[in-house]
Design a protein around this ligand. Structure first.
Ligand code: DGP
Length: 112
């Protein structure tokens, strides 16, 4: 379901542009607008979940199942880090669940 006030829902709907690297019927992966590493992608479910704690295991399993291939195809062949910020204490700023995919270089421990 779409949340009309959500920036990632607008990206999914094509209402605002993003550099998309992968899309299927359940998920979209696009480049982070403020990259914290040489490769910084965001994987989002097409359904709107504000938080990880609202998402079901099926969609998480689906996304994690596809991320290794997407990362490898986008310059993360040397390795990568996955980050989910859940809620205010973690610094979540966009309240549409997203998985950060960071790589393309040796990552410092405190990158995000
Ligand atoms: P978080 O702090 O985990 O909620 O990360 C949100 C990320 O979303 C942050 O790294 C910047 C990125 N971001 C915010 N707005 C946009 C946008 O309009 N387009 C793209 N591509 N990324 C965005």
């Amino acid at each position: 379901m779409k949340d009309n006030n959500c920036i990632f829902c607008k990206i999914i709907a094509g209402e605002i542009p993003a550099a998309k690297v992968y899309e299927d019927d359940k998920m979209l992966v696009f480049r982070d607008i403020e990259p914290k590493a040489k490769v910084h992608l965001l994987a989002v479910p097409k359904s709107h979940f504000k938080l990880l704690s609202e998402a079901d295991g099926e969609i998480m399993s689906y996304m994690f199942g596809r991320i290794p291939q997407i990362a490898a195809q986008n310059g993360c062949d040397g390795g990568y880090r996955l980050v989910i910020n859940q809620g205010d204490d973690a610094g979540q700023t966009v309240f549409h669940l997203h998985i950060h995919i960071l790589g393309g270089e040796k990552l410092p421990i405190d990158i995000i």
